[in-house]
Design a protein around this ligand. Structure first.
Ligand SMILES: Nc1ncnc2c1ncn2[C@@H]1O[C@H](COP(=O)(O)OP(=O)(O)OP(=O)(O)O)[C@@H](O)[C@H]1O
Ligand SMILES: [Mg+2]
Length: 294
């Protein structure tokens, strides 16, 4: 069953992200937008985002978007290039703060706490809401230090033994321990791409996050490394809320329980992944999943 959330009228100031006649048609579809199809809420949210708008200078990149990120589940963010997927997930740990032209309005909460509260320190926030990027980006340090760095700066261990334990547990949870336990002193950058990405996931886990954001975490990896990461995501969801941006609909179908479809800065539809892929409620979602554009 779909419920429709009706938003207050928002002026469409979004420039079409695609050029030519197709772009014009999409922009017109977007003007007809009556509200996100599907239930943007979940029973057990780790995060809630309400009426989020994002601008880069004059250009609006996210329009009046509301969405919950559920505990112990994976939500996929899909949609054509430039539709705002990265912009939206970067709002969830205030990564957009690092972009000067970027302005965010709306209400975003982690466990009920407003993360845009002026008194809130973003350093612990970015540990609680960790992020894994498209290109694996280990620090130019040893495998051990890549994982130990966060727990040390956040004071999560009392002594060396405590740090050792966090490093081992995090690498184990990231499915990397057996491959690296005999060479923890070697540089993280010397690992294969897939191993580096698992190292980055271990680094994220090491600071005990509640939410893990992943922006196309497999797009630089080969199919085998991708399969390993997908299996890992499925295991990690028992302990964390996970939001993953992906260009692969197969990947969204394999790893996520919920899927959100973005188009020209709007959240068009959200729902159970199976429903989105077999019985989409909005024509734009259907056009995208059937490959008519994107
Ligand atoms: N740092 C930035 N400065 C200015 N505009 C930006 C910036 N980052 C993104 N944008 C614009 O915001 C819009 C949304 O971009 P975003 O990167 O969020 O899309 P996306 O869905 O992640 O795309 P892709 O699938 O290509 O990664 C686009 O029009 C983009 O050009
Ligand atoms: Mg992106």
């Amino acid at each position: 069953m779909h419920t429709t959330i009706q938003y207050m009228a928002a002026e469409n100031t979004l420039a079409p992200a695609v050029s030519g006649d197709g772009g014009q048609a999409l922009a017109e579809d977007s003007r007809d937008f009556a509200g996100t199809v599907g239930d943007v809420t979940v029973a057990n949210p780790a995060m809630t985002a309400r009426n989020v708008n994002v601008w880069y200078g004059e250009q609006q990149a996210i329009i009046d978007t509301s969405l919950d990120i559920g505990k112990s589940q994976v939500i996929s963010m899909i949609g054509p290039s430039g539709c705002g997927k990265s912009t939206f997930i970067r709002c969830l740990n205030r990564m957009n703060d690092t972009i000067d032209s970027c302005r965010v309005t709306g209400d975003i909460r982690l466990e009920g706490q407003n993360i845009y509260d002026k008194k809130l320190d973003v350093v612990p926030l970015r540990a609680q809401v960790g992020m894994v990027f498209q290109k694996p980006n280990p620090f130019p340090k040893s495998i051990y230090d890549n994982v130990a760095y966060g727990p040390r700066i956040h004071g999560l261990a009392e002594d060396k033994q405590g740090v050792d334990e966090i490093v081992e547990t995090s690498l184990s949870k990231a499915g990397l321990w057996d491959e690296v336990k005999d060479r923890l002193g070697e540089p993280g950058t010397g690992l294969s791409g897939g191993q580096q990405q698992r190292l980055c996931i271990a680094r994220t886990i090491a600071v005990s996050p509640e939410v893990i954001l992943m922006d196309e975490p497999c797009s630089a990896l080969d199919p085998i490394a991708t399969a390993t990461i997908e299996e890992l995501i499925d295991e990690l969801r028992q302990h964390y809320a996970i939001a993953i941006v992906t260009h692969s609909m197969q990947q969204a179908a394999r790893v996520s329980q919920r899927t959100a479809y973005f188009h020209l800065g709007r959240l068009i539809e959200v729902g159970a992944t199976d429903d989105i892929f077999t019985n989409p409620g909005h024509r734009l979602t259907e056009d995208y999943i059937t490959g008519r554009f994107g």
